[in-house]
Structure formats: structure tokens, C-alpha cells
Design a protein around this ligand. Structure first.
Ligand SMILES: Cc1ncc(COP(=O)(O)O)c(C=O)c1O
Length: 357
């Protein structure tokens, strides 16, 4: 078996142990005599999996009883609409921070529901940074402030807490569980699983009770967070949740979020140090906004970038092409990306520069 060094932005690399365990359990999960995708979502076995995933998540993030963990479908993109549908009433305003493509999509969906105020934007800087906290224009009575903690396409990430007292809503799709998270002040956090947490098909939503109580009445059942808090309303994405539970156990076994942060900071530092060494490679994000998860950079020309991507692929380094909307190179180094893959990438970057610099 020849596995690539996988730098895919999502769906992204998963821990090998998790895949091996799932393979071994594929024909019969524990005593079920069937795989987990062939048994009821109300079976003892699946209930234990979902409970375990919930407890592991709460443990990793230090969440108390006032938090609910939901495993929903529809991707993070569904959350762009579901959040305002639940919380943005006709007489309210919601603050949004515009840090690039994904936050723009969230803003567009909220705009279809109600009034949106852009508290800050880094559009003028080409989304190369997180807008400085001092520049934000906060609405004091906003029903929530929505921000995107990591901008997958532009390679930027928050390294400070949004400066507001209103309830925070966070799209954490591309940096969920990459480091300890201060959840205080948050009403809701959501993350599509397919980058740091598992396969596509499940979106983890953490919603705080006091925020949940502020939601609108008479919502469609499936889109009302309250429905999913109160019961297992419909068939959840069982295979995705099963894998998420395994990834959470893996994370726990590695030492939890502090250990993961140390590992992620080290991986990113090695890569940024290589980029910064001279002018051949050029990081696209402002230094203090750089992402630990998506490392974006350019080469001296688009031709060299195309050669870099192709030669890297030939060397077993996959999915380094930047997002089609921005070009350049993007190395996504999510939790499950092994430090050894980053070391191989850095060696390749050295060789490529020696041959073309
Ligand atoms: C930060 C962020 N938010 C939202 C999304 C959309 O997620 P989904 O495809 O699960 O709807 C993505 C996908 O890459 C993302 O990176």
C-alpha cells in the first residue's frame, strides 16, 4: 500500500489508525454481526457510539451540561442558513465579520433571512489578514456575531477573541479542535467534519442552552436546533459519526487539545520558516494572521507554481494546488497530517528551489 502525503484542503487526511480500525470492523461491528451502517440508529451499539462521541467532545473542549452536541447533515453550508433562521428575527440585526469566501457565503444566507451588519472586513487587504480588533464596528444589541475562525482559502486564522460581548457564533470548519478553544461567550459553534474531524456527511454543532432559548418560534422541525436537542429526530449520518468518534478517541489518546496545539504549532512553524527563508517562496497571509491549518504561498511565477504542483505530485505530495479562486499553493496540514509529511514537503521545497531558483 502506497499512501500519499496528503495536503488536501477537504475532505482531508484521516489518522491511519482510525481507517485501519474501521476496516477491521467493516463486516461486523463488535457483537452486532453486521457493520455499523447496517444496524438501527437506535440500536445499543450506535447509541453507545454517539454518546461516546458527545462525551469525548465535551471532555476535549471542557464543555459543561449547558452545552448540547448535535450531529447534523447539510454541511457547514446549511449552518450558514440555519443559524439566522433560528436566531435572526425581523427586528434584529446580526453582526458578521467578512474574512473571505466562506464568511461571504454565510453573510449572503443571513441577508436572505434578516438584517446583517458587517462589523469588520479584510476585503481591501485581499483577505490576507484578520481585521484588527480595534477596527471593528460592533452593534451592541446584535443578536449574535458570526466569525469564521479559520479561512481555508486565504490561509488566515484568528489568534484573538472577537472583541464583543454579544453571543458569538463560530464557523470552525477548518480549525475545529486544532488547539484549546475558549468557548466562553459563544452561543453556537459549528464545523463540517471533513477537515479535522472525520468524513464528509456530518456537521458538528455545539449549541449553548441559554443561546438556544433565544431562538425564534415555529421553525421547520428539521431546521430547528431545539428538535435535535430534544430527541434523535431522524436517521443521523451513522457512518460519519462512527468515524468521528474514532478520530476523537485518537485525539484524546494523543494527549488532547494541548498536545494537538503543540504538534500543529511545530508543523506550521517548520513550513513557515522554510517559506520565510528567502524570496523564492512568499507567504500570502499577514504574519500575525497566519493559519496553523492552511499554509498558503506563492512562487515567483504561475508557471513555476504549475511545475511545483506537478513535480510534488510525482514525488507523492498530493493536493498542494491553491483554491481555484486564488491560485498559488496551499498545504493543508490538519490535525491528522503527520509531521513527517511536512518534513518531506520542506525537503521537496528545498530541492525545487535549488533546481529552479
Ligand atoms: C471555513 C469553511 N466553512 C464552510 C465550508 C463549507 O462546508 P460544507 O462543504 O460542509 O458545506 C468550508 C468548506 O471548505 C469551509 O472551509
Amino acid at each position: 500500500m502506497n499512501r500519499i502525503h496528503n495536503f488536501s484542503a477537504g475532505p482531508g487526511v484521516l489518522p491511519l489508525e482510525v481507517l485501519e480500525e474501521a476496516r477491521d470492523e467493516m463486516l461486523s461491528y463488535k457483537d452486532a454481526g453486521a457493520s455499523v451502517i447496517e444496524i438501527s440508529h437506535r440500536s445499543r451499539q450506535y447509541t453507545e457510539i454517539a454518546d461516546s462521541a458527545t462525551q469525548l467532545l465535551k471532555g476535549l473542549l471542557g464543555l459543561g451540561d449547558d452545552w448540547n452536541v448535535l450531529f447534523l447533515q447539510g454541511g457547514a453550508s446549511m449552518q450558514f442558513y440555519q443559524v439566522p433562521l433560528n436566531f435572526l428575527g425581523p427586528d434584529n440585526v446580526a453582526d458578521y465579520v467578512d474574512t473571505g469566501a466562506w464568511s461571504k457565503k454565510a453573510i449572503a444566507e443571513a441577508g436572505a433571512v434578516g438584517r446583517v451588519h458587517i462589523a469588520a472586513t479584510s476585503a481591501e487587504a485581499g483577505y490576507s489578514e484578520i481585521p484588527e480588533a480595534e477596527e471593528w464596528k460592533i452593534t451592541d444589541d446584535a443578536v449574535y456575531l458570526h466569525y469564521t475562525s479559520n479561512n481555508t482559502i486565504f490561509g488566515t486564522q484568528y489568534h484573538f477573541r472577537p472583541p464583543t460581548d454579544v453571543a458569538l457564533v463560530c464557523d470552525a470548519s477548518s480549525d475545529f479542535l486544532c488547539r484549546p478553544t475558549n468557548t466562553s461567550g459563544h452561543g453556537l459553534i459549528y464545523a463540517g467534519a471533513q477537515k479535522n474531524l472525520g468524513p464528509a456527511g456530518v456537521t458538528v454543532v455545539l449549541v449553548n442552552n441559554s443561546f438556544l432559548e433565544t431562538r425564534k418560534k415555529e421553525l421547520p422541525s428539521m431546521l430547528d436546533y431545539g428538535t435535535h436537542v430534544s430527541k434523535l429526530f431522524n436517521t443521523p449520518p451513522v457512518f460519519a459519526v462512527y468515524l468521528v468518534e474514532k478520530v476523537l478517541r485518537w485525539l484524546h489518546g494523543l494527549g488532547g487539545l494541548e498536545a494537538m496545539e503543540t504538534r500543529n504549532v511545530e508543523k506550521a512553524a517548520v513550513l513557515y520558516e522554510r517559506i520565510d527563508r528567502n524570496d523564492f517562496y512568499r507567504g500570502t497571509a499577514t504574519t500575525d494572521s497566519r493559519s496553523l491549518m492552511n499554509v498558503t504561498f506563492r512562487l515567483p511565477s504561475e508557471e513555476l507554481e504549475a511545475d511545483f504542483i506537478k513535480e510534488a505530485m510525482d514525488a507523492g505530495l498530493a493536493a498542494l494546488k491553491g483554491h481555484r479562486s486564488v491560485g498559488g499553493i496551499r498545504a493543508s496540514i490538519y490535525n491528522a497530517c503527520d509531521p513527517s509529511s511536512v518534513a518531506v514537503l520542506v525537503s521537496f521545497m528545498d530541492e525545487f528551489e535549488n533546481a529552479n531558483g
